[in-house]
Design a protein around this ligand. Structure first.
Ligand SMILES: Nc1ncnc2c1ncn2[C@@H]1O[C@H](COP(=O)(O)OP(=O)(O)OP(=O)(O)O)[C@@H](O)[C@H]1O
Length: 224
């Protein structure tokens, strides 16, 4: 069974998307399409599936090839021009706002390259954030957030503030915040690329261990 199914997914930025799409089908390049229509091709007919049971799915590509656009399409931070997305059996391409919010809350979490932590919240309060907006009670969310922070090795730092932590530790808080939601799918857009290469390697290894433990479906993006 697949947890994510993407079929013929495209994102074209700009106004003349129909014209741009036809030109692409005729074999014109991204540069030519831009020149002729003023539209930028973000993703062109992507089709893939991610299996259940903890597959780590990595997308690699050159700068500007559409990795971030693809991951944003997956949780509908942006709307597709064409194609289908299915997450956990739920079709997402045309789903309404309410339903989308529910799927985002219950099925997937996202970790970005920029840590996106709140500077005036403690590590624990940062990790609780996703659960807080779900309306979970203080005690319960603190318990779940602490567990996630333990998992990423930050159990002793819960009362610190982000600026008291190293870059790698801040990124772990971001990861703990995503894990605390207990999502089916974890989306990571170059989550570790801002880190020192040595720390990055450590974080990647740790993530694989975590993955083993939790059997989550990770969907992670890297640039090379
Ligand atoms: N909001 C936007 N409006 C117009 N064009 C955009 C927008 N976002 C992305 N693009 C274009 O879509 C293409 C893919 O961009 P994207 O950010 O997905 O690339 P990437 O593979 O993640 O690159 P990098 O590795 O440099 O982060 C690029 O040509 C970019 O100019």
């Amino acid at each position: 069974m697949s947890v994510i199914k993407v079929n013929n997914l495209s994102k074209i930025f700009g106004k003349k998307t129909k014209e741009a799409s036809s030109l692409l089908d005729e074999g014109y390049s991204k540069e030519e399409v831009l020149e002729k229509t003023g539209c930028t091709v973000g993703v062109n007919r992507a089709t893939f599936e991610v299996e259940e049971g903890g597959e780590v799915f990595v997308i690699m590509g050159l700068s500007g090839s559409g990795k971030s656009t693809l991951v944003r399409l997956l949780n509908r931070l942006i709307d597709p021009t064409d194609g289908d997305i299915e997450v956990g059996g739920q079709k997402l391409a045309k789903v309404g706002k309410e339903k989308l919010r529910k799927v985002r809350r219950e099925k997937m979490s996202m970790v970005f390259q920029k840590f996106g932590l709140f500077p005036f919240r403690t590590v624990l309060e940062n990790a609780e954030f996703g659960l807080e907006i779900q309306g979970m009670k203080k005690e319960e969310r603190a318990k779940k957030a602490k567990e996630a922070l333990e998992l990423v090795g930050l159990g002793s730092f819960i009362h610190q503030y982000p600026d008291q932590l190293s870059g790698g530790m801040q990124q772990r808080v971001g990861l703990a915040r995503a894990l605390a939601n207990d999502p089916e799918v974890l989306l990571m857009d170059e989550a570790f690329s801002a880190l020192d290469p040595l720390i990055r390697k450590d974080m990647q290894d740790e993530l694989l261990d975590l993955q083993e433990k939790m059997k989550k479906r990770l969907f992670s993006l890297h640039t090379i």
